[in-house]
Design a protein around this ligand. Structure first.
Ligand SMILES: Nc1nc2c(ncn2[C@@H]2O[C@H](COP(=O)(O)OP(=O)(O)O)[C@@H](O)[C@H]2O)c(=O)[nH]1
Ligand SMILES: [Mg+2]
Length: 378
C-alpha cells in the first residue's frame, strides 16, 4: 500500500517521579535523604531514510508514543531514561503541526487518525484549507536527518535535593514533567503536478521542451539521486502546472534493476502520470507492448500507483506507421484518454495542454472511460 499523506498523534514519554528515600546503613542510625531523580522521558524522533518509500508504516501505527522515564530510587539512583521512539520516514517528508481541537473534531479522534491517499480532486481542498492554518515545522531532505517531533519530559527531583539546615529529613519530591504531544500531518513532497513515463527515446525531453514556457530546468531536489527535469507549463487564466521528466525507467525497474526503484519512487511523487509512447514504433518496438510493459512495471511496484490518474501520449505521429499503431493502441486501451501528438513539429500539443489543464483543475477525469469500450486495460 502506498501512503503519501497521513495524520498522526505523537506523544513523548513522561519524566519519571523523584524518589523519597533515606540512607540506611549499619552504623548510621539517621541517614540523610538519598532519593534519586526520575529518568527523562523518551523523545519521539523522525528519521529520514533513503530506503523508506512511503508512510505506510504509520498507517498501521498512527499513534506514536515514546516510553516514560523510570522513577528515581534510593541510594541516589536515578530512574532509567525512557527509550526514544524512532520513526523512519522517507527522505522528502514534510511535517505540519495541527491544532489539536481542529484536527480531532474535523478528523475523528486519536484512535481514528489514519491515512489519506492522494486522490487529486476529492478531499484535497479540505486538507489544503486545513493546512493553510497549520505550521510547517520541518522538511526532512537529507538521508539520516533526524528531527525531534515531541520532546520527553524531564525527570522529577528526588528528596536528596530538598535537604536543608532546618529540614534534614525531607519528604518532598517532584513529579516528572509530561512529554510533549500533538497532532501532526506528514506528507511526501511532490516533484511536479504530472510526471512523464516512457522508454528512452520515446520523446519525453522533446515534449517537455514543447510544453513548458521556458526551457526546463534540472530541478535541485535534494532527495533524489536521479535528476528530474521540471518544466513549468502555462495554463489559461495565468495558472501554471509543473511537469517532470525523470530519467531511469527500464524493464525490471520494480525489481530494483539499475536505478529502477529510485525512478518508481519519484514518480509516486507526481499526482498524474503521462505515458509517452513512440507510436511510430521507430526503433522496431511495438507501441502496444511498450505501454503494457510500462503499466506492468508500475503495477508490480505498487498497485496503488497504477490506480493513479494517467493518460497516454502517442508521440511521433509525423512518422510512417503511426496511424495504424495509434488505432491498435486505442483499441487496446479504449478506456484511457489518448492524445496523439508530434513533439517534434508541435502537432497536438495544444490539445494535450487542454487535457492536462482539465485534469489538473479537476474538470474532467482523464482515467474514466471516454467511449465505454470493453477492452482490458492493464
Ligand atoms: N520524428 C519525430 N522524432 C521525435 C519526436 N519526438 C522526439 N523525437 C526524436 O526522438 C529522439 C528521442 O527524443 P527525446 O526527447 O530525447 O526522448 P527521451 O529519451 O524520451 O527524452 C530524438 O532524436 C528526438 O528528436 C517526434 O514527434 N517525431
Ligand atoms: Mg530524455
Amino acid at each position: 500500500m502506498f501512503v503519501d499523506r497521513i495524520k498522526v498523534f505523537a506523544q513523548a514519554g513522561k519524566g519519571g517521579r523523584g524518589s523519597v528515600s533515606f540512607r540506611r546503613e549499619k552504623f548510621v542510625p539517621k541517614g540523610g535523604p538519598d532519593g534519586g531523580d526520575g529518568g527523562h522521558g523518551g523523545d519521539v524522533v523522525l528519521r529520514a531514510e533513503r530506503h523508506v518509500d512511503n508512510l505506510a508504516n504509520l498507517f498501521y501505527e498512527p499513534i506514536i508514543k515514546a516510553k516514560d522515564g523510570g522513577h528515581g530510587k534510593g541510594k541516589k539512583m536515578a530512574g532509567r531514561a525512557g527509550a526514544n521512539k524512532i520513526v523512519k520516514v522517507p527522505v522528502g517528508t514534510i511535517v505540519w503541526r495541527a491544532e489539536d481541537e481542529k484536527f480531532s473534531t474535523s478528523n475523528a479522534d486519536k484512535s481514528r487518525a489514519g491515512a489519506q491517499q492522494r486522490t487529486p480532486g476529492s478531499d484535497q481542498s479540505a486538507i489544503r484549507a486545513l493546512q493553510s492554518e497549520m505550521d510547517l515545522i520541518v522538511d526532512l531532505v537529507r538521508d539520516g536527518e533526524e528531527f525531534v517531533l515531541c520532546r520527553g519530559g524531564a525527570g522529577g527531583k528526588g528528596n536528596v535535593h530538598f535537604k536543608s539546615s532546618r529540614n534534614r529529613a525531607p519528604r518532598q519530591y517532584t513529579d516528572g514533567e509530561e512529554g510533549e504531544q500533538g497532532y501532526f500531518l506528514l506528507e511526501l513532497r511532490t516533484i511536479a503536478d504530472a510526471g512523464l513515463v516512457g522508454y528512452p527515446n520515446a520523446g519525453k525531453s522533446t515534449l517537455l521542451r514543447k510544453l513548458s514556457a521556458a526551457r526546463p530546468k534540472v530541478a535541485a531536489y535534494p532527495f533524489t539521486t536521479l535528476h528530474p527535469v521540471v518544466g513549468v507549463m502555462e495554463l489559461p487564466g495565468y495558472r501554471h502546472a509543473t511537469i517532470a521528466d525523470i530519467p531511469g525507467l527500464i524493464e525490471g525497474a520494480h525489481r530494483g534493476v539499475g536505478l529502477g526503484h529510485e525512478f518508481l519512487r519519484h514518480i509516486t511523487r507526481c499526482p498524474i502520470l503521462i505515458f509517452v509512447i513512440d507510436v511510430a514504433g521507430s526503433e522496431g518496438r511495438s507501441p502496444v507492448e511498450d505501454l503494457q510493459n510500462l503499466r506492468k512495471e508500475i503495477d508490480l511496484y505498487d498497485p496503488m500507483l497504477s490506480s493513479r490518474p494517467w493518460l497516454i501520449v502517442a508521440n511521433k505521429m509525423d512518422l510512417p506507421n503511426a496511424n495504424e499503431n495509434l488505432e491498435a493502441l486505442q483499441e487496446k486501451f479504449s478506456k484511457v484518454r489518448t492524445v496523439s501528438i508530434s513533439a517534434a513539429n508541435g502537432e497536438g500539443i495544444d490539445t494535450l495542454k487542454k487535457a492536462l489543464a482539465e485534469r489538473m483543475t479537476g474538470d474532467q477525469d482523464i482515467s474514466s472511460p471516454i467511449n465505454g469500450g470493453q477492452a482490458e486495460n492493464l
